[in-house]
Write a protein of this length. Structure first.
Length: 176
């Protein structure tokens, strides 16, 4: 069963009360004072917090996030960027969002991130499930699915982690 990474898109402390959540992903567009407080409280509970978005790198270093998730799906040279980022964040948890293609997944995995994420929408969900299953058979690096729509069928999805908006969590059952 995959673990949940709760994606925080609004200034709301209530996800910290979720005892099953071990990791949070904070959108870098959130107010900096909220991010600072959230990280402090999560750390006090031994929970991980990753930064995501345009200002993720700044937040990660400034407020001592545990790591960062970077979207390399639109990068023209993802292999070079991935290797640079792995060196830069060698003491942090590092995740990359890949294009939903085998070739890009292999290239990004060579940089040895802690996890590789793929985006999941209703349209094309079967091909993403197939991609995740293929990836998990070949690579030891953890996989994650960034769930982009709320009511997706997540059965037969063999990802190690599911990234979902925190406001959706209550609607997910353990059978998903």
């Amino acid at each position: 069963m995959p673990k949940f990474i709760l994606y925080i898109t609004e200034p709301d402390d209530s996800p910290l009360k979720n005892t099953k959540a071990e990791c949070f992903l904070l959108d870098s567009s959130l107010p900096e004072d909220f991010c600072r407080r959230f990280v402090q409280e999560a750390n006090a509970q031994d929970k991980l917090v990753l930064a995501y978005g345009a200002q993720a790198e700044k937040l990660c270093s400034q407020y001592h996030f545990d790591g960062i998730l970077l979207d390399l799906s639109k990068n023209e040279n993802p292999a070079t960027e991935a290797k640079h980022l792995r060196e830069k964040y060698k003491n942090k948890i590092l995740g990359f969002i890949s294009r939903n293609r085998r070739h890009e997944a292999m290239i990004l995995s060579e940089a040895e991130p802690d996890f590789l994420a793929f985006r999941l929408w209703q349209q094309g969900a079967d091909s993403v499930k197939e991609l995740i299953n293929w990836y998990n058979e070949l690579f030891l690096i953890q996989s994650a699915v960034f769930v982009e729509e709320q009511d997706l069928d997540l059965t037969k999805l063999e990802a190690d982690n599911l990234i979902i908006k925190s406001s959706w969590y209550k609607d997910f059952s353990c059978e998903n």
